[in-house]
Design a protein. Structure first.
Length: 218
């Protein structure tokens, strides 16, 4: 077993998930767990949101990403296309990533705390976030990101397990899960479209994130 396999196995076990390793497959061809995860999200009925969605939206990007971006929930366009962050907010997220030399397909994986759209874009309910958490934790175990960026209040509160305001959650590092993955919170791009003056704070967060990705310092 390679060092990477051993780390993945420990992380999956800590989260109560069963590691799946294809025996004898070439290393480059192995992406254990992804097919099951994506088909599982597509067919998921763990909460009532499956009744009103068009598509479960697992996520998009680099499955070996250093950075995992976690938003709130799919919106109407995301629900229609089956991809997260594809509207105006998605374009702004792409610009935020580009500002620190990243893009959604290289070194970054983008997902949401819940994978199905709440009707009328209402906030996800606590029980929906709880029902969906297993999918997110499975993604984290598969990707093993170096850093998690929680965008928006719903994501930041869910991932830090608090009810603090965004102004209190952003601006410093948190630790996520049993592995203590460094986690930053920042404002959601949809909020920035309404409140452009918050862009300066987001830029501070992005610089902190870039410094960590380059130097490993928090
Ligand atoms: S939101 Fe999550 S738990 Fe609910 S149906 Fe969609 S994938 Fe399943």
């Amino acid at each position: 077993m390679t060092g990477l396999d051993a780390r993945r196995q420990r992380l999956l076990s800590a989260m109560g998930l069963t590691p799946w390793v294809e025996q004898g497959a070439p290393v480059a061809a192995r992406e254990p767990g992804w097919a099951e995860l994506e088909s599982g999200v597509a067919a998921c009925t763990r909460c009532p949101l499956h009744q009103t969605r068009q598509h479960g939206v697992p996520g998009v990007g680099d499955r070996h990403a250093q950075l995992l971006v976690v938003g709130e929930a799919p919106g109407a366009e995301e629900d229609r296309r089956g991809e997260p962050f594809v509207g105006r907010a998605g374009q702004l997220l792409d610009a935020m990533l580009a500002a620190i030399g990243l893009d959604r397909h290289t070194g970054v994986y983008i997902t949401n705390v819940i994978k199905s759209r709440p009707p009328d874009n209402r906030d996800p309910r606590t029980e929906e976030i709880t029902a969906c958490r297993g999918w997110l934790d499975q993604q984290i175990a598969l990707i093993e990101p170096a850093v998690i960026l929680a965008v928006g209040r719903v994501s930041a509160q869910a991932l830090t397990g608090t009810t603090q305001k965004m102004g209190e959650l952003r601006g410093h590092w948190h630790a996520y899960g049993p592995a203590g993955i460094p986690l930053l919170a920042t404002y959601h791009p949809a909020y920035l479209l309404r409140m452009p003056r918050a862009k300066a704070l987001v830029w501070e967060d992005l610089r902190r994130l870039r410094r960590h990705l380059r130097e490993g310092s928090t």
